[in-house]
Design a protein around this ligand. Structure first.
Ligand SMILES: *[C@@H]1O[C@H](CO)[C@@H](O)[C@H](O)[C@H]1NC(C)=O
Ligand SMILES: *[C@@H]1O[C@H](CO)[C@@H](O)[C@H](O)[C@H]1NC(C)=O
Ligand SMILES: *[C@@H]1O[C@H](CO)[C@@H](O)[C@H](O)[C@H]1NC(C)=O
Ligand SMILES: *[C@@H]1O[C@H](CO)[C@@H](O)[C@H](O)[C@H]1NC(C)=O
Ligand SMILES: *[C@@H]1O[C@H](CO)[C@@H](O)[C@H](O)[C@H]1NC(C)=O
Ligand SMILES: *[C@@H]1O[C@H](CO)[C@@H](O)[C@H](O)[C@H]1NC(C)=O
Ligand SMILES: *[C@@H]1O[C@H](CO)[C@@H](O)[C@H](O)[C@H]1NC(C)=O
Length: 886
């Protein structure tokens, strides 16, 4: 018993370590995985590691319109004593506002820093002054008090979208430029602002000092895992410096993780009885300031010595502030309310009555609250106008947020103004005389609030499409002076007749206003069933694919080429017809929206439209799409075709009537999957994965296996979806802006997250988590009391304690064979072994799962329902899945 307890303790400890490792890896700073480091102006493909910091910088070229900006280098003489990321600049001689678009992880706290080092790059010896915007908000004015100074603007911000748009704005005082943009993810618990205001206010760095510095050096990464830049503070006559030697392992950190080198020094008043005082001048009395004081006792105190102090700010008493720093323990004191209303602030630290030593202060940060209350334009409008811009290659300086700030609204647009509740919407689009060619793009119909639309005096061809009639608020439509053909939709004519729409279609020689002009447009009759709106599958008509049941093993590119068939490539117009003008959304995935579609032969399909942001990895799109077209297996969702045109990129899949496994496991789903159904799903998924791993050459790694990627057809047969896609999009995406980790939190192998090496065993790990989810009926990550708990965190200690009964989903009410459950638990445990050489191949897992199913059938056929029995043997049967050290 004692041994078991001991074993449990050790085990629990190692699990905790494992979990800690996972958490650390997710937030990892040590390996820069939460960093985005752009060297602005750096030529593409010249990524480097900065020598003094070890930070890996990449070019900004993929995040900016390189046609409207120029890359410049500062003179070699000016490079001396400046870190390498300052050696190049990107300057913006044309356009008033130029914006970056940088992909980030939404809802994640970032420290975002823009750096500017002029270095006389333009030989004008005259540093410019310009504005910095952040999306629809004004961020800062960049000015140089001294040409050889490096200027930083730094904010702490939680993006709500998966990108940010820092912009440089020419205010008539010289050409804007920028040297570097750096983003670092922060722990969510640090630098909190008043929650009531945090949505519209951000913290902007006002000052950050390393007090008592004896080296007079600046510190940042790697001393600081968050890469804050700590400046040495000049010594003062009434202060004395204290220092000790300290490295990061000696200092017990807090969540702010101030660097040991900064915390190894402090200042203290020369006069032991005098207060320690620090002050700053406010830019404006209405400004709000948050303060962060960092403490660490640097002296080993004798038994008869104490150091304790209290504090005031501008003579205001903070009764709960009583600090007594501990030796080698960092402590950060902040306040939940900002300071405001004064022109000058003075923080005083007073020795308390019984303290033998005077106060100390190791480091201080002051942040000013910035008003970022302007909302970005509504996201659907942004997506639509971005598609329009890309499709017509609109030759206007359309950058940054379309509607804001109002002064910089995109030329040709008008928007509703932000009323504090609803984000701005586009209400007017004027693209007259803009040299547009091609058809009228469907995205125009997705600007659903549009009132005015002027497309006159261009070279638009094709029909005047029906979808314009979806614009319910449209009052003015001018498509005159174009090359449109066909009929004017009767609904539009009707609206013009009733006077609700001013319609101008003049000067389109091929366009007809009445039915009598010609025969009606060819329209494909579509039958759309609304009965099942969940994800996705079509059983393709058998004749459609001759090789459907064939196991195609593709070995060389020649064979790939030979399978290229026109049938699988759909045109934009066909996609419009199949989806009935994108009528019904049935899902939304990582790569974009999924629409219900119906092929001409009446089979239902799911049409996945790849969003513009997925297109970063577009180059591989076509070859990968073709590759996926020839991967056919009954446990893999078939890709039926794709569309690779300028207008859109789309993937067309079979439609799966019973949605995905995740939906069946959701709390509140009353249709509880039976044990044998769960096993069958696991077996199907294992079969699909076995085919990808062992049936394909080269093997295909799924890289994002999870219940929402396991789809169920009308017979509840499971098929894996989205395989290979991460290869087409994920990996390439990762390599230039490392923002999208491959895989999904909870399912992704921590080993992969650590090393970045793709291996079949990463999929096996994810499969193990899926098994645990099936066994327990719980989510991989449960959020309880504000904390994310990973399934392994609670399930593994219970299993290790020998209690299988309590791990199996209680919703099954004991309707399962204990032996079968035990076997599945063993399989799942082996899948998640931290040593991935110990994880079995998926083929072996498949065999064992089939045995588990037979066990269940045999035993329960004999009437044994959920037998409770001693499980002591189990304890030995599981070969320790976690070593005591990870
Ligand atoms: C400009 O700043 C640098 C460093 O900040 C300093 O060394 C130099 O003396 C300053 N020059 C002028 C003219 O103020
Ligand atoms: C504390 O004790 C040390 C001897 O251990 C003595 O030298 C020192 O004066 C004492 N300090 C105070 C403040 O009593
Ligand atoms: C600080 O402590 C001293 C002595 O214990 C006390 O007299 C003073 O009122 C305190 N001041 C504040 C601001 O709490
Ligand atoms: C200071 O010490 C004296 C004597 O030990 C004690 O009576 C008093 O309460 C202490 N004061 C404070 C503020 O802790
Ligand atoms: C934009 O629309 C507003 C009404 O929302 C109107 O007052 C304003 O004049 C319009 N601006 C332009 C340039 O059309
Ligand atoms: C669109 O812009 C043109 C000039 O570029 C102007 O003549 C026309 O009136 C505008 N249309 C609307 C609806 O404002
Ligand atoms: C039509 O557009 C052309 C350029 O595309 C321009 O030269 C011409 O002035 C425009 N006509 C009108 C009436 O706006």
């Amino acid at each position: 018993m004692k041994q078991t307890m001991m074993g449990m303790f050790l085990y629990f400890h190692s699990v905790l370590l494992g979990v800690l490792t996972i958490l650390v890896l997710i937030n990892a700073q040590e390996d820069q995985s939460g960093f985005i480091s752009l060297d602005c102006g750096l030529p593409e493909n010249s990524d480097y590691t900065e020598k003094s910091t070890g930070i890996n910088y990449i070019s900004d070229a993929k995040s900016i319109d390189t046609d409207k900006s120029v890359s410049k280098s500062i003179s070699p003489a000016e490079m001396i004593n400046h870190q390498q990321q300052l050696h190049f600049v990107r300057s913006f001689p044309s356009g008033v506002r130029n914006c970056y678009k940088i992909y980030v992880k939404s809802d994640t706290k970032y420290l975002i820093r823009a750096s500017f080092y002029y270095g006389n790059y333009d030989n004008l010896n005259e540093p410019p002054q310009f504005d910095l915007h952040f999306g629809a908000n004004v961020w800062d004015t960049v000015k140089f008090p001294n040409a050889s100074r490096t200027i930083f603007s730094e904010i702490i911000y939680i993006p709500s979208l998966d990108y940010i748009q820092p912009c440089l704005v020419n205010t008539g005082k010289g050409t804007p430029f920028i040297s570097a943009i750096e983003l670092r993810t922060l722990n969510d618990d640090v630098y909190k602002t008043n929650p009531a205001e945090s949505a519209k206010s951000v913290l902007s760095l006002f000052l950050r000092y390393d007090l008592g510095s004896i080296t007079n050096l600046e510190y940042r990464y790697k001393d600081d895992v968050y890469d804050r830049i700590w400046l040495p503070y000049e010594s003062r006559g009434d202060w004395r410096r204290l220092s000790t030697s300290l490295n990061n392992n000696d200092l017990y950190p807090n969540e702010y993780k101030p660097p040991a080198i900064v915390m190894s020094t402090a200042v203290t008043p020369v006069n032991v009885n005098a207060p320690l005082q620090f002050h700053w001048d406010a830019d404006d009395v209405n400004d709000q300031y948050y303060r962060y004081l960092h403490f660490n006792e640097v002296e080993k105190l004798n038994g008869n010595e104490t150091r304790e102090f209290n504090s005031t700010v501008n003579n205001r008493v903070y009764p709960f502030f009583k600090e007594s720093p501990e030796y080698r323990v960092s402590d950060t004191i902040s306040s939940s309310k900002p300071l405001t209303g004064a022109k000058k602030y003075q923080i005083s630290l007073f020795k308390t009555e019984n303290s033998t030593l005077p106060p100390i202060l190791n480091a201080i940060e002051i942040y000013k609250v910035k008003d970022f209350s302007e909302s970005e334009t509504q996201q659907d409008d942004v997506n639509a106008i971005t598609n329009i811009k890309n499709f017509y290659r609109v030759a206007k300086n359309w950058q940054g947020d379309p509607c804001g700030p109002v002064k910089y609204m995109w030329e040709g647009l008008n928007c509703t103004s932000f009323n504090g509740l609803n984000p701005p919407r586009i209400i007017s689009l004027n693209l007259s005389s803009s040299g547009l060619t091609g058809q009228i793009h469907y995205s125009i119909s997705q600007l659903t609030m549009l009132q005015y639309l002027d497309l006159s005096n261009n070279s638009l061809n094709g029909p005047l499409p029906d979808f314009l009639n979806n614009l319910e608020s449209l009052q003015f439509l001018n498509v005159g002076k174009n090359k449109l053909t066909g009929l004017v939709p009767s609904e539009l004519l009707e609206r013009a007749k009733t006077g609700s729409l001013t319609l101008c279609v003049d000067d389109n020689p091929g366009l007809c206003k009445t039915e009598s002009c010609g025969k009606k447009n060819l329209s494909v009759p579509l039958i759309v069933s609304f009965s099942t709106l969940i994800v996705v599958l079509v059983v393709i008509s058998l004749g459609f694919w001759i090789f459907i049941r064939q196991r195609v093993i593709f070995t060389n590119s020649k064979k790939r080429g030979s399978l290229e068939s026109k049938h699988q490539a759909f045109s934009y117009t066909e996609i419009l017809n199949i989806t009935d003008n994108f009528k019904t959304i049935i899902g939304e995935g990582g790569f974009g929206k999924v629409y219900l579609g119906v092929l001409q032969n009446h089979t239902q399909v799911a049409v996945k439209i790849l969003s513009a942001s997925s297109m970063q990895g577009y180059k591989e799109f076509q070859s990968e799409a073709q590759l996926l077209l020839i991967v056919h297996h009954r446990n893999l969702v078939s890709l039926i075709g794709y569309c690779d045109e300028d207008e859109i990129k789309a993937l067309i899949y079979e439609y799966m009537a019973n949605g995905n496994l995740q939906q069946h496991l959701l709390v509140g789903n009353t249709n509880i999957l039976k044990w044998n159904e769960r096993l069958n799903i696991a077996i199907d998924a294992a079969r699909g994965l076995d085919y990808l791993h062992n049936g394909c050459k080269p093997p295909i790694m799924h890289r994002d296996l999870k219940p929402s990627n396991i789809l169920l057809d009308e017979n509840m047969d499971a098929k894996i979806s989205d395989f290979g896609l991460s290869r087409a999009f994920g990996s390439d995406f990762d390599s230039h802006i490392s923002t999208r980790p491959a895989g999904t939190l909870g399912y992704a192998d921590p080993e992969f997250q650590r090393t970045g090496n793709t291996n079949k065993k990463n999929d096996v790990y994810s499969f193990g988590i899926v098994l645990f989810v099936l066994i327990t009926g719980r989510q991989a990550i449960v959020r309880a009391a504000g904390v994310n708990i990973h399934i392994l965190e609670w399930v593994v200690p219970i299993i290790k304690g020998g209690d299988i009964q309590n791990v199996v989903d209680s919703k099954l009410e004991g309707e399962f064979s204990m032996d079968s459950a035990r076997k599945v638990v063993e399989i799942a445990m082996s899948c998640i072994s931290p040593n991935f050489t110990e994880r079995p191949d998926i083929s072996q897992i498949l065999t064992e799962l089939k045995e588990s199913l037979s066990l269940d059938m045999v035993q329960r056929h004999g009437g044994e329902h959920g037998v409770t029995e001693s499980t002591s043997s189990l304890f030995q049967s599981i070969t320790a899945p976690f070593p005591s050290k990870i």
